[in-house]
Design a protein around this ligand. Structure first.
Ligand code: LRH
Ligand code: MN
Length: 430
């Protein structure tokens, strides 16, 4: 029987922290009341907040230089589901995971769906992969996939996406995420207009195979592995494609897929306005697509993004139904601790955004009282909402201190015994 962290262990760990939390929560409640905010309303919203865990994130990640696997590495998607369930048992904020194919390929998807159900984990958007060649694959994606000059390669890539839809359907998923690495390293290597035509042609075949209640998430990325021109390089290309592909197509924002200093919250605002915001791959970065822990580098930027999301939520923006997912690579931390911390940081940004005094902000904006407007927004960001996050977890039978409880469980060491190490380190992000 593989080890699961018992609820009793979490309850015992909480018992030591409950009194302190109660005091901090009451104090914050009194403080928010003075600003006319009912803490219970915020805690209720936070408790309902959900973010999906990437199955490829629970294993130790690496870079093109090296990967240093840790103890108790997940050996297959069943181990990955266990770790996803562990993250949810501690945070009560990650009831679903986002699988990636063929990385999570199995022979019996019914068995996989059963195992996930038993672990209390749902499947969010499925991810296709035409950015790597698989053993035995007939045609290579070296020069592209859905936009390859050879129709046979494009059809192979279309069929793979259709296969992902069929797998996702068996798993109860309702969306397909399509990120393609297609692009060029040299000026002249490809016709920048023609490749976009090919993208639309191929993707319309994929969209045509989507079940009625499904969506397709188009994920843009500025560069890497293409270093001169990427076919779906930015939100503009993604939005043009979504609008050409029809109402099922939406634009997914991976925070690391933009040039440094790009105003991502403004891109989010525009995609919400267009009714095409698919959702997010949350992570953080300082330079490129660093896939670092959410909120670890620039928590203010994360807050500003959630500020746009809460603004849209509260004004009932049409067609606003974003899917929240993490997409990170953990090369120097325990992936479970990083994903636990990242789910909490996303929750924190959401809670802070719920504290924004929007009538006061709007009044200051209308009056061009720049300082008052900025400080009204900043006041929410500088509020320590930790008691709200912890109380939401406690009420959900999660851990007041998830990483403390995780370490107290000795989960990693116990998994190291259950999961004999896979020989030799390798390179690459997963
Ligand atoms: C591309 C990306 C994409 C995934 C991959 C693991 O950089 O963000 O979402 O398919 O990472
Ligand atoms: Mn991504």
């Amino acid at each position: 029987m593989s080890y699961r962290i018992p609820e009793s262990l979490v309850a015992e760990h909480n018992a030591k922290l409950a009194v302190g939390l109660g005091e901090d929560y009451a104090a914050l409640g009194r403080r928010l009341e003075r600003s006319g905010i009912d803490i219970e309303t915020v805690t209720g919203r936070v408790a309902a907040f959900e973010i999906a865990v990437p199955t490829w994130g629970v294993g130790t990640g690496g870079t093109r230089f090296a990967r240093f696997p840790g103890p108790g590495e997940p050996r297959n998607v069943f181990d990955k589901l266990e770790d996803c369930a562990t993250i949810h048992s501690l945070t009560r904020a990650t009831p679903s995971c986002s699988p990636h194919f063929p990385w999570d390929k199995v022979s019996d998807y019914g068995e996989l769906a059963e195992r996930a159900k038993a672990l209390g984990v749902r499947f969010d958007a499925v991810n296709s992969n035409t950015f790597q060649d698989q053993p035995g694959q007939k045609l290579s994606y070296k020069f592209g996939s859905l936009t390859h000059s050879d129709k046979a390669v494009r059809e192979q890539a279309i069929e793979h996406n259709v296969e992902c839809i069929e797998i996702g359907h068996k798993l109860g998923s309702k969306a397909l995420t399509v990120w393609i690495a297609d692009g060029a390293n040299f000026p002249g290597q490809s016709n920048l207009n023609r490749v976009f035509d090919l993208y639309l042609e191929s993707m319309s075949s994929v969209v045509a195979r989507l079940p009625d209640n499904w969506r397709v998430f188009l994920e843009h990325k500025l560069y890497e592995p293409a270093f001169y021109a990427t076919v779906i390089c930015d939100w503009g290309s993604s939005l043009m494609a979504a609008e050409a592909l029809g109402p099922k197509a939406h634009c997914l924002v991976d925070l690391g897929h933009h040039a440094p200093n790009v105003n991502i919250e403004q891109i989010v605002s525009r995609l919400i306005r267009a009714g095409r915001l698919a959702g997010f791959h949350f992570n953080d970065s300082k330079y490129g697509d660093d896939d670092l822990d959410t909120g670890a580098i620039d928590p203010f930027r994360l807050f500003l993004i959630f500020n746009e999301l809460v603004d849209a939520e509260q004004r009932n923006a049409p067609d606003f139904d974003p899917a929240y997912m993490l997409d990170q690579s953990h090369s120097v931390t325990d992936p479970i601790e990083s994903l636990v911390a990242s789910a909490m940081e996303a929750q924190r940004a959401y809670a802070q955004a719920l504290l924004v005094d929007r009538p006061a902000l709007e009044a200051a904006q209308e009056a061009n009282d720049v300082m008052l407007a900025h400080r009204t927004l900043k006041a929410a960001f500088t509020t320590d909402v930790s008691p709200i996050l912890a109380e939401a977890r406690r009420r959900g039978r999660g851990a007041i201190d998830p990483i403390g409880a995780y370490r107290a469980s000795n989960y990693r060491a116990l998994k190291a015994k259950e999961r004999p190490a896979v020989a030799g380190s390798s390179s690459g992000i997963v």
